[in-house]
Ligand binder design. Structure first.
Ligand code: ZN
Length: 138
């Protein structure tokens, strides 16, 4: 079977990584899919999704802060952004960290590692973001 679902996340700041593991895990359990794959897709150009550590909150801060050092809002490396909206940094960060992830489902559970969580990556908030989920399996 193939199941589609979606939910929304209100992001509170311009740049923030938000743990959405629980929202996705509870859907996988509710649909009672025993074996399969869960794909999470973000239909935005300045927000995306990634998997990384959610146990120590310092990791999320380090990722976010380091990306901001690497790609300052006003540009850097002698290059000035051409995009008139003033959010080119957000577009670039979003492409670097990605728009979709796949997680295996086994025995009705997301097969995330002990330290892994699913993180919505917001780079141009605060906004109301959509999270699309497709579950394939049986
Ligand atoms: Zn833009």
């Amino acid at each position: 079977m193939i199941i589609f679902d979606e939910f929304r996340v209100k992001t509170p700041e311009r740049q923030v990584l938000i743990d959405v593991t629980h929202e996705i895990d509870q859907r996988v359990r509710a649909y009672n899919v025993k074996e399969g794959v869960c794909r999470v897709y973000i239909p935005h150009t300045t927000a995306g999704i990634t998997i990384n550590e959610n146990a120590d909150p310092s990791v999320i801060k380090d990722i976010s802060n380091y990306l901001s050092k690497l790609i300052p809002k006003g540009g850097g490396l002698g290059y000035s952004f051409k995009h008139g909206e003033g959010n080119s940094d957000a577009h670039i960060k979003c492409s670097l960290t990605g728009h979709s992830i796949d997680v295996l489902i086994h025995e009705n559970r997301l097969m995330l590692g002990t330290w892994q969580g699913i993180l919505l990556t917001e780079y141009d908030g605060p906004r109301n973001r959509r999270v699309y989920i497709q579950i394939q399996g049986e």
